[in-house]
Design a protein around this ligand. Structure first.
Ligand SMILES: *[C@@H]1O[C@H](CO)[C@@H](O)[C@H](O)[C@H]1NC(C)=O
Ligand SMILES: *[C@@H]1O[C@H](CO)[C@@H](O)[C@H](O)[C@H]1NC(C)=O
Ligand SMILES: *[C@@H]1O[C@H](CO)[C@@H](O)[C@H](O)[C@H]1NC(C)=O
Ligand SMILES: *[C@@H]1O[C@H](CO)[C@@H](O)[C@H](O)[C@H]1NC(C)=O
Length: 211
């Protein structure tokens, strides 16, 4: 039975991918190869992600699925090229001053739905709960709606490098003003930051540490 299911899954995956390719489009309708992929890192089903989050002291915080936008540098080697909007999700449900800022990216895919990694259904949120931390999920450049360039031309893809992705994480940490009380006082010189990842984003985590 398990083997038969596996065969079916092997067949279903390319078919699903084809149907997604056929419908892949940017918000303005232009076709785009940037498709939703079958999740490599699983998302977690939340019961009501659109309802307010209740912090420890009873304050109502924005829902987990609130999307925020960070002004990220298009090219870290040439900041004069300006910025693009990089999507992220965030909560300070368990945060107390001095706690860590816990960040992860789902990596090479549209990050929609991964806001579940803000919650204590995942190790990120468990750490936040235990250590009084705040959690962030950030979309990787060139995926979903975090695109430094309007297309996937060879010229644009020159900005799709590991080093630029590392620099995105570093620039975000050093620059972001998190939408929470004291959110401008949490840069890595003032608060501990924890980067977590699995698969490609796990490798990216190690490379960020090394670099
Ligand atoms: C959050 O989820 C609700 C219910 O599914 C939806 O109406 C709302 O548009 C979502 N908000 C965002 C920012 O995605
Ligand atoms: C409750 O927590 C919120 C968010 O961290 C904070 O802004 C507020 O001052 C706190 N209120 C009390 C009474 O501690
Ligand atoms: C997770 O957090 C919720 C509050 O959002 C709390 O009610 C629940 O007890 C926590 N679960 C665990 C396993 O700590
Ligand atoms: C978390 O915050 C609470 C309340 O301020 C404090 O009592 C506790 O020691 C903190 N925990 C950690 C791990 O810092």
């Amino acid at each position: 039975m398990a083997i038969r299911m596996r065969k079916l899954a092997l067949l279903a995956a390319p078919l699903a991918l084809l149907s997604q390719l056929a419908t892949a489009a940017l918000r303005d309708g232009r076709p785009h190869a940037n498709v939703m992929r079958p999740p490599g890192i699983p998302t977690v089903q939340l019961i009501a992600p659109e309802t307010p989050v209740i912090s420890r002291n009873g304050t109502e915080l924005p829902p987990y699925n609130t999307t925020y936008y960070f002004d990220q540098l298009i090219d870290h080697n040439n900041p004069s090229l300006g910025t693009f909007k990089q999507r992220f999700w965030h909560t300070y449900e368990y945060y107390e001053k001095g706690g860590p800022i816990i960040i992860s990216t789902p990596g090479e895919g549209n990050a929609d739905g991964y806001f579940s990694y803000l919650t204590n259904r995942t190790i990120n949120g468990q750490l936040a709960q235990q250590q009084n931390g705040s959690t962030i999920v950030i979309e990787h450049r060139f995926y979903g709606f975090s695109n430094p360039r309007p297309d996937l031309s060879v010229e644009s893809l020159k900005l799709h490098t590991i080093q630029q992705a590392i620099d995105d994480l570093v620039y975000f940490a050093k620059t972001v003003n998190l939408p929470m009380p004291g959110g401008d006082q949490i840069t890595p010189d003032k608060a501990p930051w924890i980067l977590i990842g699995g698969s490609y984003s796990g490798a990216l985590t190690s490379w960020t540490l090394v670099k």
